[in-house]
Design a protein around this ligand. Sequence first.
Ligand code: HEC
Ligand code: HEC
Ligand code: HEC
Length: 242
Amino acid sequence: MSEENKVADATPEGVAQEDKQVPAPKKKNRKAVIAGIVVAAVAVIGLGFNAWHETPEFCVSICHTPMADTYLETLYANPYEPAVDKWGNEVAKADSMLASKHGAMGKKCMDCHVPALEEQVTEGIEWMQGNYYNPLSERDLARLVFYRGVGETEFCLNSGCHNITKTGLTEETKSFARNPHSWHHNEYTCSDCHKGHRASIMVCSQCHEDAEVPDGWLTWDESKNLETQYMNWNDEKFLLES
Ligand code: HEC
Ligand code: HEC
Ligand code: HEC
């Protein structure tokens, strides 16, 4: 939510109404002053809350508490060193996880996870009702952008992040023996290879021996031996309503 919205939200309609219901002309000035202080206080709290709301610590301390530390650790991991992913697996080079790679560049949770209001409200209600899983099953891009109503690739490819097209990406990695962005087999999506909170996977190595596996990435075979026991793709709760 933008700061403008917060300030607008902070205008207390209740206070204004009370003013009308209890007309007391001589106290009007005092009331106006008090109302002004209330508005200012709410606005300050609102702005402070908004600033805190944008921090990774907010995300994990308020809502994503049960698995809090694991996400923070993947964000703050040193990209040049080995790390441990949220499932407890060792990652040869933290750089191969998108979160740590972006964390090293000063990016935060909400730079990638742009929250939609409906999403926050839904998650907030489910959180209060205890209607959640711990740890969460892994989300693919389609699920991550579901509430935002944008295309899958816009999670990464947008004017604020990677301002490049899929064709541009093909160019970027054309020096690879087997260009991972050739889109030759269009059934692969970005999140099949690029992983947010665990080592990325070179899926092409399943069939093409010449597919280069970047430092710290996993081959297809290695990824199949990975301990991600909490993933449950068939769980209906996680299937998108269509
Ligand atoms: C570089 C972008 C990026 C950053 C920064 C990032 N994430 Fe993610 N996140 C992803 C991607 C991509 C996924 C999809 C699953 C995956 O690839 O691991 C994901 C998945 C998730 C999920 C869904 C459950 C799951 O494990 O798939 C949660 C919750 C989450 N991230 C929380 C966080 C929190 C909290 C932070 C900050 C501490 C954070 N993320 C920082 C990219 C990011
Ligand atoms: C077959 C695996 C694979 C798929 C699928 C894939 N990528 Fe990549 N991508 C790579 C590899 C390998 C690199 C180079 C290593 C690195 O930079 O981490 C890379 C690099 C990148 C880079 C950095 C490019 C640069 O400037 O050097 C971006 C951005 C990127 N990919 C975005 C995407 C997006 C968006 C998608 C989906 C539309 C996607 N990738 C699909 C494997 C893949
Ligand atoms: C399940 C096996 C399989 C996987 C996984 C796979 N390929 Fe292929 N690929 C093939 C087969 C079979 C062909 C030859 C038939 C065709 O062209 O579709 C091929 C052909 C190609 C070609 C055409 C040029 C050539 O050598 O004939 C490119 C480029 C290519 N693959 C790239 C990739 C990339 C990049 C990935 C990873 C995103 C990938 N492939 C993953 C099986 C696979």
